[in-house]
Design a protein around this ligand. Structure first.
Ligand code: AMP
Ligand code: ZN
Length: 457
């Protein structure tokens, strides 16, 4: 078997994955901030993490995946100022923060289900680990790594000489204020809040007592506390989107070092962004598309999964409706080709070898999809093809093992078919050809019959 290699952001190299405990892999994936719908950019990151987990499982590792749910403490600004995103969601919708968190946790889990993303083995909410987070800060304080300002307890990043490594930050060139608001009480621009005080004279919906005063934990703290609690003082892989490298993960790494004096995470693995016209998709910019809006347009969520799998997780992926429509057609064609195969027989070992070589090379899924196509085009026995596809789908998660079923026709496709029939009757062949093209783009092939009727293929 080919050895699994992953690109480690910390070393800037593809490295062989050697687990801490033989046959096991601990995987921590930063979870959603549940104050709004996840957008399809966020979901691209969860898709890449799902592929990573499936590849580990394909390599026979017993994976333990843990994901946090940020239900408190994520502020609208990286500079530890601005509103708490949950409180913002609460004001927007006139619900309590607890209701907001519950609602958007539910919608997020539905998104995962639609996309055939496996749920983590353990979900842990930030609000369930307040005690652990307070204990964490106490230990950092004991080691002389913290200081107090008028609005909270901060981590003194100048105490950690290796602070810059993960993001290759250039501290000399970093001027606080260009991107973040200036906080005059901070000793260094990169210092960050571990505990924030509730604003004087006001009561937050979520606040807790602490040795330093009533308040709430900083966002980075929850991920350090939760990952170490659930996966141990050293664990294999920590993932997230690339935006997390310079702040969130750099700060987590500093906290981990502060607590344990060592590197806790072996592999830091990051996924690139989904962009629209080279602009990142972000909730704050208002240019975001949700899973629901894809479904409303008749897009199969698995076609979005297929769309994402065509690009390497470390490359930017540009979203357009045309490209997604093409992926939908490609996906439908793939299912159609597989659905006619015989019942499974024996898998093709050479094909599995090629597939494994692709996925083990830092998750080269697009190359593995080429192996799928090559297999389908080959003259191998149909039953062998099906069994091999079943094996491939353990990683791809595209529900490829389908048999010929009557094509489901949605109401808007039926409307196009009816319109085309009408055009044919009116001898308006230009229009009927245009409608045929539109239908083909949706993976529907129409065969005209000599009696004036039609057959859907
Ligand atoms: P959030 O809920 O904002 O904490 O983000 C959830 C995950 O989505 C994080 O791992 C982010 O790095 C990731 N993310 C945010 N925007 C994008 C994007 N446009 N494309 C891909 N991943 C993203
Ligand atoms: Zn995190």
């Amino acid at each position: 078997m080919n050895k699994l290699k992953l690109y480690n952001t910390l070393t800037r190299q593809k490295q062989e994955f050697i687990p801490i405990k033989k046959g096991k892999a601990g995987l921590y994936t930063c979870g959603p901030t549940v104050y709004n719908w996840a957008h399809i950019g966020n979901l691209r990151t969860y898709l890449f993490e799902d592929i990573l987990r499936r590849v580990l499982e394909f390599n026979d590792y017993k994976v333990k995946q843990v994901m946090n749910i940020t239900d408190v403490g994520h502020l609208t600004s990286d500079a530890d100022s601005g509103e708490d995103k949950l409180e913002k969601g609460s004001a927007r919708e006139g619900k309590s923060v607890w209701e907001i968190a519950e609602f958007y946790t539910k919608t997020f889990r539905q998104d995962l289900k639609d996309l055939n993303i496996q749920e983590p083995h353990k979900w842990i909410k930030a609000t369930e680990t307040i005690k652990e987070q307070i204990d964490f800060v106490k230990k950092l304080e004991k080691r002389g790594l913290t200081y107090q300002t008028s609005d909270g307890i901060y981590f003194d990043t100048s105490k950690y000489s290796d602070y810059v490594r993960l993001a290759k930050l250039n501290l000399a060139g970093q001027q606080e204020g260009s991107r973040v608001e200036i906080n005059n009480e901070k000793k260094n621009p990169t210092d960050f809040a571990l505990w924030k005080f509730s604003p004087a004279g006001s009561k937050r919906q979520m606040e807790w007592k602490s040795p330093w005063g009533i308040g709430f934990p900083g966002w980075h703290l929850e991920c350090s506390a939760i990952s170490i609690k659930a996966l141990g003082k050293e664990f294999d892989i920590h993932t997230g989107g690339i935006d997390h490298i310079p702040v969130h993960h750099t700060n987590e790494r500093a906290q981990n070092w502060g607590l344990l004096g060592k590197e806790v995470v072996r592999f830091w693995v990051h996924g690139e962004f989904l962009v629209i016209n080279n602009d990142k998709m972000a909730k704050s910019d208002g240019n975001f598309i949700t899973m629901q809006s894809l479904k409303d347009k008749g897009i199969n969520p698995l076609a979005y999964r297929y769309f994402c799998l065509q690009a390497h997780y470390r490359s930017k992926l540009n979203f357009s409706w045309e490209a997604l429509q093409a992926a939908q057609t490609g996906y439908d064609n793939l299912i159609r080709d597989i659905s006619v195969l015989d019942k499974p027989g024996q898998a093709c070992d050479t094909c599995l070898g090629k597939f494994t070589q692709a996925i083990n090379d830092d998750l080269n899924i697009s190359a593995s999809l080429a192996v799928v196509q090559e297999l389908l085009k080959s003259d191998k026995p149909s039953s062998k093809k099906r069994q091999t596809i079943i094996e491939f789908d353990k990683v791809l998660g595209l529900n490829l093992n389908q048999y010929k079923v009557a094509k489901k026709i949605s109401s808007d496709v039926q409307r196009l078919i009816d319109e085309r029939q009408q055009a044919r009757q009116n001898k308006d062949y230009q229009k009927s050809d245009e409608l045929r093209e539109q239908l083909e783009k949706r993976g529907i092939k129409i065969k005209d019959l000599s009696d004036g009727g039609y057959k859907v293929d």
